[in-house]
Design a protein around this ligand. Structure first.
Ligand code: SF4
Length: 464
């Protein structure tokens, strides 16, 4: 697709989707982990409230920012049209991700109040020297790709105070209102779920299955949003999935979901159980808001969200776990999900739901206060309570977490196994031949290919 806007300094088109801009290539970045104040928001308006084509930058523009820095950014897109309604806001908003990625030398990641945008030095050199170009591209692409949108106006805010103000007073209340509406329904009440393949440009086998009680991984598209999108744009990336026969109500397995996910993932994913992170879990793309991770030492589940900057209780950061979770794969034990799903009645219900959760970052725990059963709230550890799995075990036992008895039993079993190993070592003669004094001992190298090793329990003990 050639540059469609007269005087636009760089190319625009799907070919640039998936373009990565590394730190050394970037001119500046907006949002991301280093910046607290960031958001993008689409607001459905009456036609007279939108000045079609207007793009405004409030605060310092690109050339006024120091190269290499990280800055706050708020993007507000006002849209209007005879068929534009509030139920479509979430879906239109999600396309900001795709459209900004169409711009040569601009990378957009995540959504809502987690956005992260990088602009390359190369594109700045070519003339992309103002944020107004991002606004112009959004106006053009929204009207071209979603022609039911008749008027578009874009405001890009970099003034830190104003970004914070709009985030708290406009964007977050709007996200919360959408989420409340979305979770008012139950999966059993509908006969159609929805699928989304928007993230296949990054994760080719990923298919989001969006149900009233299992919202999309990115958290930006609820079942209501998906229904509205599929109605207004039947050829778009969101499509209906008739539920078909329920094969397992606890795990959330449906025959038509399996069939359609298989087709849309090009045969790579054959079964999906919607409410579990273990056998045949929902695929994870890369846009998930949080990762649920299994902690075998306590047989529990931790959840870490994107904004958490430290190491989780398993010693890994969000980014390190994301590397094992994304790409459209079904990864047992690491599971991408949205924060909205954690407020759902179906949240990992096949795995024990909240009774199985043992660790959360304190900020996420606070954010989910209303959703966590009151009797469990104080029993879930955070980074303020424990910093490793051994401390976690003690915490869970002390607080009488539902897994406490199991953890005690596991510890007893471990101690017994260790004693058995010790006794066996004491009884057994040395099996390794001892080299004659002065002889040269040749090391043995064993190379294995295509081997998967499963270890039930590994006890490493120092030899006395
Ligand atoms: S995470 Fe899922 S719902 Fe969200 S844009 Fe990607 S595929 Fe669509």
């Amino acid at each position: 697709m050639p540059a469609p806007i007269p005087g636009f300094p760089v190319d625009i088109g799907p070919a640039y989707e998936g373009e990565r801009i590394r730190k050394k290539m970037m001119y500046v970045e907006f949002g991301g982990l280093k910046v607290d104040r960031k958001f993008e928001l689409v607001v459905a308006c009456d036609p007279e409230e939108v000045e079609d084509g207007k793009v405004e930058v409030i605060g310092p523009d690109l050339m006024e920012l120091e190269e290499g820095g990280s800055y706050p950014l708020g993007i507000i897109v006002k849209v209007a049209g005879a068929r534009v309604e509030r139920d479509l806001e979430g879906v239109i908003e999600r396309r900001i991700h795709e459209f900004i990625n169409y711009i040569e030398g601009v990378m957009h990641v995540n959504q809502r109040d987690q956005i992260w945008i990088r602009i390359s030095k190369k594109s700045v050199k070519k003339g992309l020297n103002s944020l107004k170009y991002i606004g112009q591209a959004l106006v053009y692409l929204f009207k071209t790709v979603m022609p039911f949108i008749e008027k578009v106006e874009v405001t890009l805010i970099t003034d830190p105070e104003l970004v914070g103000k709009y985030l708290e007073e406009l964007a977050r209340p709007r996200y919360e209102e959408r989420d409340r509406k979305a979770l008012a329904m139950r999966d059993e009440d509908v006969d159609t779920f929805y699928g989304c393949v928007l993230c296949q440009s990054f994760a080719p086998t990923h298919v989001c299955v969006i149900t009233p009680e299992r919202p999309s991984n990115c958290g930006a598209i609820s079942w209501l949003d998906a229904r509205a999108a599929a109605n207004i744009d039947p050829k778009g990336p969101i499509f209906p999935i008739p539920k078909g026969k329920c094969l397992d109500p606890v795990k959330g397995e449906y025959d038509m979901v399996n069939e359609i996910v298989k087709q849309r993932s090009m045969g790579k994913v054959e079964r999906v159980c919607l409410y579990t992170m273990f056998k045949y879990p929902h695929t994870s793309c890369g846009c998930f808001e949080a990762i649920a991770f299994y902690i075998p030492e306590v047989d529990g589940i931790g959840v870490v969200h994107r904004d958490f900057r430290g190491k989780a209780v398993n010693g890994l950061t969000f980014a390190e776990m994301a590397a094992q979770t994304g790409g459209g794969l079904q990864t047992e034990g690491f599971h991408g999900l949205s924060i909205l799903y954690m407020k759902s009645r179906k949240f990992l219900q096949a795995d024990g739901g909240w009774k199985r959760v043992v660790w959360l970052p304190s900020a996420l725990k606070e954010r989910l206060k209303e959703a966590i059963p009151a009797d469990l709230y104080e029993k879930i550890a955070t980074e303020k309570d424990v910093s490793n799995v051994e401390e976690l075990k003690k915490f869970l036992i002390e607080r009488e977490h539902p897994l406490a008895e199991k953890i005690k039993a596991m510890e007893e079993e471990e101690a017994k196994a260790a004693e058995e190993v010790e006794a066996a070592e004491a009884r057994a003669p040395a099996a390794v031949p001892v080299a004659a004094p002065g002889a040269v001992v040749q090391p043995i190298r064993v190379t294995m290919h295509n081997v998967r090793i499963r270890v039930g329990r590994l006890v490493i003990r120092r030899r006395r």
